[in-house]
Design a protein around this ligand. Structure first.
Ligand code: SAM
Ligand code: DTB
Ligand code: SF4
Length: 317
C-alpha cells in the first residue's frame, strides 16, 4: 500500500495535503501499515531531556520561554555542573530511558561553551546511554568535536514550513537551520529534526514542514513532532489550540512520509489525554520524551507514562 507513495511524491506539499485530507480511518490504516513494515508497533523509544543551560537566549523564537526578548518567568541559569548532569542521566537510565538529550538555550555554542559539553557527552555515553545534544547552530568543526566525544544524535528542528518561519523567528533564517543540519550529517552524527505544530499555521504549512523533513537526504533518524506548549509571556501564548485529531493526522502523515524514522510524540503530552496519545501511537509515533520535565516546562510524570504503557501493552525499546 505504501508503494503508492513514491519518494518524489513524499516531498511534494500538494501530495502531502492529499494524505492529510484522507478519511481518518484510511489515513490511520495506511500509517499503521507502513509503521508495521518497519517497526514493532508495540515498542517505543524513550529519551530524557535535561536543560544544561537555561534562559537568556538571544534568539526571538515566538514559542520559546527561554528567549531574552520575552518575559516568561524563566530564571536564567548558567551551565550545569557535570555532576548534576550525570546524576540526572543515571536517574533517566534507571527509569528506563535509552537516550539522554542535553539542551542549551543558545543561538549556537562558542568554543568555550562547547568544551564542558564535550565532557558531559563523554561521561553520559560512558554510563551506557545514547547521547543527544541540542545547542543551536553549529560552526565548522563543532559537529566533528561532538562526534569525537561520543555524541550519537544532534537535535536541530526546522520547526515549521519555510513560508511560516519568518512569522515566528526573525533572528535567523531557514537556510541557517539547513546549513547546521548539513554540518551534522557531514560529521556522521544521527540527525534528530522535527518541528512544532499548533502555532497558528495552516494545514498546508504543516504539510510544508513535513515535506521539508521528508526531503532531507538521508531522512532524519529521529523526528520530534512538538505540540506548542503555550507559555504566558511568549508571543504565541493565546494562539488558537490545534484540534487533537488534526494533531493525530499530523503524526500519521509524518509516519507515511518518513517511514523509517522514529517519530517522537514530543512537547505537549502533559496537556494531552491518554486517549489522544494512544491514537498517536496507532498513527505511528514510536518515541517519546520521558521524565517529568522537558526543558523548562512540564511533561507527564514517569508513573503516568508507565501506567499508559501498561494499559496499551507498550514496552520501551
Ligand atoms: N536553542 C537551541 C535551538 O533552538 O535549536 C536548542 C534548544 S530549543 C529549546 C529546542 C527546540 O525546542 C526548538 O527547536 C523547538 O522546536 C522546541 N520548543 C521550544 N519551545 C517550545 C514550546 N513552547 N513548545 C513546543 N516546542 C518548543
Ligand atoms: C524537541 O523537539 N523538543 C524538545 C527537544 N527537542 C529539545 C524541547 C521542547 C521544549 C518545550 C518547552 C520547554 O520545556 O522549554
Ligand atoms: Fe533560543 Fe532555542 Fe529558545 Fe530559540 S528555541 S529562543 S534558539 S533556546
Amino acid at each position: 500500500m505504501n508503494d503508492m507513495i513514491q519518494p518524489a511524491a513524499r516531498q511534494s506539499v500538494a501530495a502531502i495535503e492529499v494524505l492529510f485530507a484522507l478519511p481518518f480511518a484510511d489515513l490511520m490504516f495506511r500509517a499503521q501499515t507502513v509503521h508495521r513494515e518497519h517497526f514493532d508497533p508495540n515498542r517505543v523509544q524513550l529519551s530524557t531531556l535535561l536543560s544544561i543551560k537555561t534562559g537568556g537566549c538571544s534568539e526571538d523564537c515566538g514559542y520559546c520561554p527561554q528567549s531574552v526578548h520575552y518575559d516568561a518567568g524563566v530564571e536564567k541559569q548558567g551551565m550545569l555542573d557535570i555532576d548534576d548532569v550525570l546524576k540526572a542521566a543515571k536517574a533517566a537510565k534507571d527509569a528506563g530511558a535509552s537516550r539522554f538529550c542535553m539542551g542549551a538555550a543558545w543561538r549556537g555554542p562558542k568554543q568555550h561553551d562547547l568544551e564542558p559539553v564535550l565532557d558531559m557527552v563523554r561521561e553520559v555515553k560512558a554510563l551506557g546511554l545514547e547521547t543527544c545534544a541540542t545547542l543551536g547552530m553549529l560552526k565548522d568543526g563543532q559537529a566533528e568535536q561532538l562526534k569525537e566525544a561520543g555524541l550519537d544524535y544532534y537535535n536541530h528542528n526546522l520547526d515549521t514550513s519555510p513560508e511560516f518561519y519568518g512569522e515566528i523567528i526573525t533572528t535567523r533564517d531557514y537556510q541557517d537551520r539547513l546549513d547546521t543540519l548539513e554540518r551534522v550529517r557531514q560529521a556522521d552524527l544521527h540527525v534528530c529534526c522535527g518541528g512544532i505544530v499548533g502555532m497558528g499555521e495552516s494545514r498546508t504549512q504543516r504539510a510544508g514542514l513535513i515535506a521539508q523533513l521528508a526531503s532531507l537526504d538521508p531522512q532524519p533518524e529521529s523526528v520530534p513532532i512538538n505540540l506548542l506548549v503555550q507559555v504566558e509571556g511568549t508571543p504565541l501564548a493565546g494562539t488558537e489550540t490545534l484540534d487533537p485529531l488534526e494533531f493525530v493526522r499530523t503524526i500519521a502523515v509524518a509516519r507515511l512520509c518518513l517511514p523509517k524514522s522514529f517519530v517522537r510524540l514530543s512537547a505537549g503530552r502533559q496537556q494531552m489525554s491518554d486517549a489522544v496519545q494512544a491514537l498517536c501511537f496507532l498513527a505511528g509515533a514510536n518515541s517519546i520524551f520521558y521524565g517529568d520535565k522537558l526543558l523548562t516546562t512540564g511533561n507527564p510524570e514517569w508513573e503516568r507514562d508507565q501506567r499508559l504503557f501498561d494499559t496499551l501493552g507498550l514496552t520501551p525499546l
